[in-house]
Unconditional design. Sequence first.
Length: 182
Amino acid sequence: MDTLSRFFFLLPLTLFLTLNPSQVLSANETGIDLIRKTCDHTLYKSLCMSSLQSDPNSLKTDLKGLATIAINLAKANATDTSEQINKLFNTTTDPFIQDCLTDCSENYADAVDQLGNSIAALDSKAYNDVNTWVTAAMTDADTCEEGFTAEPGHKLVLGDRNTVFSQLCSNVLAITNLLAGA
Ligand SMILES: *[C@@H]1O[C@H](CO)[C@@H](O)[C@H](O)[C@H]1NC(C)=O
Ligand SMILES: *[C@@H]1O[C@H](CO)[C@@H](O)[C@H](O)[C@H]1NC(C)=O
């Protein structure tokens, strides 16, 4: 994505976060209702529901716990994509694709680190830092995707992994935004 399309990609998220001043979710609330209410504040609700519910701990935890789980899910997804990139590297002899995959491998390694940092920031309630780290991780996925689009026909080498990862990160930002306002 170039800068302009990144702007339009992030614009709805920004508007969304601005137009939805976080409603206070009761601090002790847990369970499926909390998951549903939380996901209602995200842009990708069904992904939010299905991903959070894939971790049974999300039924027993509060909003902060959900934020931690959401970050861990995004981190696991980035780790999984890193492994996929390594596998794909050996299946192609196309130097363009190999270059892209090499770059993407670094992008996703950075994303995994940044999400690790965001968990530490969340633990110390440094919500602005969480925002910064998670946004940086999203940008890594954009950069990876951008590499492939430089030559036509290669956009889908990683399938929709970059998109889904960005959506997981977007959901994290919406959840931590709720937490920051709670
Ligand atoms: C890719 O190939 C290299 C060299 O042939 C090998 O060392 C490496 O283990 C392979 N990686 C995977 C993920 O198969
Ligand atoms: C990450 O997301 C991709 C879809 O983009 C999915 O195929 C993969 O299973 C996910 N991996 C993990 C560990 O969440």
